[in-house]
Design a protein around this ligand. Sequence first.
Ligand SMILES: NC(=O)c1ccc[n+]([C@@H]2O[C@H](COP(=O)([O-])OP(=O)(O)OC[C@H]3O[C@@H](n4cnc5c(N)ncnc54)[C@H](O)[C@@H]3O)[C@@H](O)[C@H]2O)c1
Length: 383
Amino acid sequence: MTADKIKTVAVLGAGDMGHGIAEVALIAGYKVILRDIKDEFVQKGAKRINESLAKLVKKGKVSEEHFEKIKTELLIPCVDLADAVKTADLVIEVIPEILELKKEIFKQIDQYAPEHAILATNTSSISITDIASATKKPDRVTGLHFFNPVVIMKLVEVIKAEKTSEETMKAGYDFCLKINKIPVRVEKDVPGFLVNRVNAPAHVLRGCTIDQGIATPEEIEAVMRKTGIPMGPFELLDFVGLDVHRHVLLYYAENLHPEYKPYRLLDEKINAGNYGKKTGKGFFDWSNGRPEIDLLKATDKFDPADVTAVQINEALKLVEMGVCKIDDIDKALLNASALKEGPMAAARKIKPVNLAKRLEGLSKKFNKEIFKPVKMIVEGTYR
Ligand SMILES: NC(=O)c1ccc[n+]([C@@H]2O[C@H](COP(=O)([O-])OP(=O)(O)OC[C@H]3O[C@@H](n4cnc5c(N)ncnc54)[C@H](O)[C@@H]3O)[C@@H](O)[C@H]2O)c1
């Protein structure tokens, strides 16, 4: 199967990510079958697509004619799973992040989709190898990991599970190019894949800084906002949901390293029912909309250079493990977030010996093995 042969895409799940993935495929001219478990959910997804497209038409990014074609021809709402996948050349699963649910749907897709179809999952943390094990053709299963909001974020991680074939990887990669995304190959199915994995140790760093009483979330938020980013780490966590964040940390603690276990303040917030934006309160108060960040609270007790150091370290860990190419790290990070400079560009401005010292210092200060500098930093071979 090659990307050229993909004509029809089935998107399973019409929620936050599914409707966005369907939209970018529609804009690129694909026929898209959008499936959810209830007609009202499919209609809601279709409505979100139409609203977004109407804005793009206004901005001159999509033509009136193409919008009309999408509405009348290309977008096909569907509730029956067999009907949704039976003519698909590519199936993208975008249902909730629950392993058993994903395995069940892949078992069914395997039964109803054509032999040649590529089966992709947009999971953000579940092992794709586990999902693929529910099918008889794991060589045709891959991860296509989009970022939120899909219409804006350019990156797609194309992930190779244990049995994914090179043909499937290439077709997935080329399809992403055709829908105007920037794909990056992730050669191993590791926890967090690339972008989330590079960002993972910074959660631990901030968590132990808070739990040890060195700085508060408000102080860290102010420091980070002063670096020029549009949203700091704690506002972002409130936005995503502290329950979702905790779930991810537990997953990393189990599958990556026990040091990822949720920090004390996070548990306290969850126990008090403060899940972030959706409950009105998390690290910040959301009752009057987006919280005001008091930049005067910025403190020198938290150094943003430490965040960059642990990101570089984790990124190079992935390179050493053969998960990704060194040149793809900044490409991935810059196209999945509002970062102004990628970790590797930052790394090239720092002497390896100083970077190693900083990481050794963090590892000792917080008693964390995950901050220890990797070989490429110790030996200075990453530059
Ligand atoms: N939200 C994000 O920022 C983000 C980013 C990257 C990846 N992801 C991943 O994308 C997936 C979906 O996340 P989301 O945020 O869009 O969730 P969501 O809850 O907004 O949407 C999920 C949709 O799937 C539907 N659904 C449930 N069971 C189904 C089934 N059997 N068949 C078809 N549809 C079904 C639900 O009704 C819902 O509409 C998850 O695996 C998540 O980890 C999410």
